[in-house]
Design a protein around this ligand. Structure first.
Ligand code: MLT
Length: 263
């Protein structure tokens, strides 16, 4: 089933019973980046993927976002779909949202999957870079930004040999407006540090990271692993920042093994 609630577009499939899984995409993509996981996990689990406000089919609105607002949207969606507890699976920006949701609303989680993400906030250097990206997107448009961004998130091998992944990611970025992209950049720049919340997490956690990820590298994943009481971590070979798309076979195998443990 596909639907929209309060400006948030979502899809919901798979059998009822067991722990539902909610997939939260990275910046500046949309829910279609989870297609290989939605397909495979929906055989055994209820799976929900949605477009974060300002991305995909969730309109940009006023373009004024915060991670707090993104968490409000997520909780609103869970309430609307009558999902009491779910496994939150977030990649990069989706991980920032999942981490803050785990901190604010731990009772809504039955598990946490953190993919190519980190719990630390932006450094001053990163904030300045985001301001420069906002200015560039406003001045030159989304296409130039998309072509540069895609090179930073994929391995050279994916860029050369996987036109399907490159094409679908470019299509997702190009589907977003400068307003939505700028709003998400401001939200990420202003996000809080969620590291302290990791040690309080009482549900199982899985950390997955592309071994060549330069945006949120394996060292950031290892830092989260150290802080989490009940977590396992796997490096995804042949992948950079988009580990679920660059090596879906290994990613899906690790995800399926983790979901088996969730009551
Ligand atoms: C993402 O993939 O969601 C972003 O690149 C994360 C970030 O810019 O911090």
């Amino acid at each position: 089933m596909e639907g929209t609630v309060n400006g948030i577009a979502f899809e919901d499939s798979g059998p009822r019973g067991g722990a539902p899984v909610v997939f939260i995409h990275g910046f500046p993509f949309d829910r279609t980046m989870w297609a290989p996981q939605m397909l495979e996990a929906s055989v055994k689990h209820r799976v929900i993927a949605y477009d974060v406000r300002g991305h995909g089919r969730s309109p940009a609105g006023d373009g004024q976002y915060s991670v707090e607002l993104f968490v409000d949207d997520l909780v609103m969606l869970l309430d609307y779909l009558k999902v009491e507890r779910a496994v939150l699976c977030g990649l990069s920006m989706g991980g920032y949202i999942a981490l803050r949701a785990a901190e604010r609303r731990p009772e809504r989680l039955s598990g946490l999957v953190l993919c190519d993400t980190k719990s630390g906030p932006d450094t001053d250097e990163a904030k300045i870079k985001r301001a420069a990206t906002i200015a560039a997107v406003k001045k030159h448009g989304v296409a130039k930004f998309a072509n540069e961004f895609i090179k930073a998130v994929l391995t050279e091998n994916t860029l050369k040999t996987n036109p399907a992944v490159v094409g679908s990611l470019l299509t997702s970025i190009l589907g977003n407006s400068p307003l939505g992209i700028s709003g998400a950049l401001l939200a990420m720049a202003a996000r809080t540090d969620t590291t302290a919340a990791l040690s309080k997490l009482t549900v199982p956690a899985l950390i997955l990271v592309g071994e060549q990820d330069k945006i949120t590298p394996p060292s950031a994943a290892e830092a989260m692993l150290k802080a989490l009481p009940q977590a396992t971590m796997h490096l995804i070979p042949g992948a950079a920042h988009m580990s679920n798309l660059e090596n879906p076979a290994v990613f899906n195998e690790k995800l399926a093994a983790f979901l088996k443990m969730i009551p």
